[in-house]
Write a protein that binds this ligand. Sequence first.
Ligand SMILES: NC(=O)c1ccc[n+]([C@@H]2O[C@H](COP(=O)([O-])OP(=O)(O)OC[C@H]3O[C@@H](n4cnc5c(N)ncnc54)[C@H](OP(=O)(O)O)[C@@H]3O)[C@@H](O)[C@H]2O)c1
Length: 324
Amino acid sequence: MRAVVCTALGDESTLALAEVPPPPLAPDGVRIAVRAAGVNFADMLVISGKYQFKQMPPFIPGFEVAGEVLEVGPEVTICRRGDRVMAVPDFGGFAEQVVARAVHVHVIPQSMDFAVAAGFPVAYGTSHHALVAKARLQAGETLLVHGAAGGVGLTAVEIGQALGATVIATAGGPDKLAVAMRHGAHHGIDYKSEDIRERVKALTDGRGVDVVYDPVGGPVFDASLRCTAQDGRLVVIGFASGTVPQIPANILLVKNLTVIGYDWGAYRRRDPSVLRHSYRQLLDWFDAGKLKPIVSQRLPLAEAANALGLLKARQATGKLVLEL
Ligand SMILES: NC(=O)c1ccc[n+]([C@@H]2O[C@H](COP(=O)([O-])OP(=O)(O)OC[C@H]3O[C@@H](n4cnc5c(N)ncnc54)[C@H](OP(=O)(O)O)[C@@H]3O)[C@@H](O)[C@H]2O)c1
């Protein structure tokens, strides 16, 4: 089968299209003919050796896929040959075939095309579980979402709106903000030209926001600490800015503020049933037209390196997907 192989740790130039044998099928495995694979910021971390779980080359990156089931292991009851599914394998998604454990495979609605499904599980799964189970976002509360036109950010905007929160989106530039507004944000802050703290204060009558969703880190995180309401919750999702922030504990104390670390991958490994609950709700919302996933670019498998380059250059809106 054709696959994109990481040949050495480094940047995206270490990726090469190669012919490799298909992966073996485990008893609890589902073999999927991949039709599309989602591209994630974490793919960049994996190939550069900076991801929390190190992979040694040669390996095939790719955490999320959609496609058709080719065969299932004897223990699998959740799907069968011919089903249309999305899945989150450990690695190996940038290939014509992947084997995922059945607990990480989800049948998709007929109305969901493969490219949308390939970009769905990581971003929507992360934002739903982080906002509902961890931050306990309530209807009527105010949610501040950073990087709001990015892969995970845009899903947090839509989910916040679906949960009945007032959503304030931040992004770099008017075009990205316009996307976040079209997807349900009530207010937008351009962090290239506006002061987050001042704008949030003005938009919330000085009260601050109840929940912050932060996949960016760096100065954006620092500003967030200073514009939360009493009893606020700040969810640490990632550090797309490249800077891991430090937390001055005095701010937590005076604001009764809770900073919550969130790693979707840990739940995926530890208790995938929790995430299945998220997907039930999310796929219902998708069917009801409440979620409108954006796939901004669809590239052929051979262009995996270009796709990662686009993410790095902040050229993506919503998700980037490789199609096969
Ligand atoms: N905790 C979890 O379970 C989990 C799950 C998924 C992803 N993540 C993390 O969340 C972060 C975002 O992932 P993603 O897949 O949504 O990536 P993405 O689509 O590239 O979005 C990241 C956003 O961050 C903003 N950004 C700010 N500074 C940046 C920089 N120096 N380089 C690139 N982008 C920058 C960009 O928006 P502007 O241009 O508008 O600033 C971009 O839209 C990553 O750190 C990823 O590892 C964590």
